[in-house]
Design a binder for this molecule. Structure first.
Ligand SMILES: NC(=O)CC(=O)O
Length: 410
């Protein structure tokens, strides 16, 4: 994969120019894209700044996020060719840092769960995951050093796990969602994909203007809660093995790891995530649902039909459970510095008609806490583990994730 830190080091050393770094991506795209189909639009002649902390870093932008002059097609025929005048807030920030919005990456329709045409970079017979399929696949394939995604259930962490790259779903609203097509205003979170955890941390610190995110340290003996989320059914053996290896790597690095069974309030919130997602999706996509329902793919239609059947009272009850669970989780973090759990039920499923199951992700999206995918080597198909921090403690979550990643790499 292309490490943005490595590219930046070479540019700073004068052994690579920003234009040369973009050319490296174009060569990788020419080699892999015909089979991968991770990109929707490729900018033929983008401006390539010479200066800026991200000069020479090409970014993939999920196709529900606006990049001026490039279409935002939402993975739907309804928006075929629709081109925004301006940048989404996060894209504008990246360009101001010198980055190049080189390509729009595939998304499931409206970031829901109908599959895209993108395949897994490690095995074309397997899904890359979703909804940020193209971003995860493009970074996992070494076509791009950085990509934007969004997560409403598990759409950053799960595809990153399936495609073998690092990713962060930051604390809720840490990155603005202005200029991002909304599915659920209570859940949608902009995230980042990159080759390694240090790359992700560097990008998040710059994008948010918070250098402390990258300076944070794990500490000499971080207290880690190993959480299995038993309410979410059993994972596959490969996910179990990855979690065991990650635990051992953390302990080798000095962490104190203890098993934690989550209180019932967390399971109750987990159960109600989809009520919030579908109720808000029905309202956010009201125009599409009311005027062009026949153009909606089956899973989107199914979710919005379900949303239409949810009463305001059911929605309010689900939000109350989410609010209460966030307070319980905050209390748990008094005794821990991070949570370690599964990123996905297992390796990428051997199918292209599903994007996989977000059951190990959805709770943490509703909790609004920072989540990091750490690729775990050792399997033919990638399997990741998830490091989770308390709300607003993104730097510590990334530091603990970096510690585990480093120990896993040996
Ligand atoms: N947008 C989402 O998070 C949906 C998913 O997890 O597949």
């Amino acid at each position: 994969m292309l490490s943005l830190l490595d590219l930046r080091a070479r540019i700073t050393a004068g052994t690579l120019t920003p234009a040369g770094a973009i050319d490296l991506c174009r060569a990788a795209i020419a080699a892999r894209e015909p089979d991968l189909r991770a990109l929707v639009t490729l900018d033929a002649a983008p401006a390539i700044p010479e200066a800026g902390p991200l000069a020479g870093v090409a970014v993939g932008v999920k196709d529900i996020i606006d990049s001026a002059g490039l279409p935002s097609q939402m993975g739907s025929s309804i928006y075929a060719g629709w081109t925004p005048r301006g940048d989404a807030a996060v894209v504008s920030r990246l360009k101001r840092l010198g980055a190049v919005a080189l390509a729009k990456t595939t998304t499931t329709a409206f970031a829901s769960s109908d599959p895209t045409e993108t395949v897994n970079p490690h095995d074309a017979g397997h899904t890359p995951g979703g909804s940020s399929a193209g971003s995860a696949a493009a970074v996992g394939a070494g076509m791009l050093p950085l990509a934007l995604g969004t997560q409403t259930a598990g759409s950053v962490i799960r595809p990153a796990s399936y495609c073998g790259c690092a990713a962060v779903k930051p604390s809720f609203r840490l990155i603005p969602t202005v200029g991002v097509k909304t599915y659920s205003w209570a859940l949608d979170t902009v995230g980042l994909f990159a080759a390694g955890v240090a790359d992700v941390a560097h990008a998040l610190a710059l994008v948010t203007g918070r250098p402390e995110i990258e300076r944070a340290e794990a500490g000499s003996a971080p207290r880690i809660a190993l959480v299995r989320q038993d309410f979410a059914e059993a994972p596959e053996p490969e996910a179990e093995a990855a979690l065991t290896w990650a635990r051992r790597a953390a302990e080798r690095s000095g962490a104190r790891v203890s098993n934690l069974a989550l209180p019932p309030e967390l399971a109750q919130a987990w159960e109600r995530h989809r009520i919030i997602q579908n109720y808000e999706g029905r309202l956010a996509l009201a125009w599409e649902y009311d005027t062009q329902a026949d153009a909606l793919p089956p899973r989107v239609r199914e979710h919005l039909d379900a949303g239409a059947a949810i009463s305001p009272a059911q929605y309010d009850d689900a939000r109350r459970h989410g609010h209460h669970a966030r307070r319980v989780l905050k209390g748990l973090f008094a005794d821990f510095d991070a949570i370690l759990t599964f990123s996905a039920p297992g390796p990428a499923p051997a199918t292209l008609v599903s994007t996989g199951d977000p059951r190990f992700n959805q709770l943490w999206t509703l909790m609004g806490v920072p989540c990091v995918n750490v690729p775990v080597p050792g399997h033919r198909l990638p399997v990741g583990v998830q490091v989770i921090g308390r709300f607003g403690d993104d730097g510590r979550a990334l530091a603990v994730a970096r510690m585990i990643e480093s120990a896993l790499r040996g």
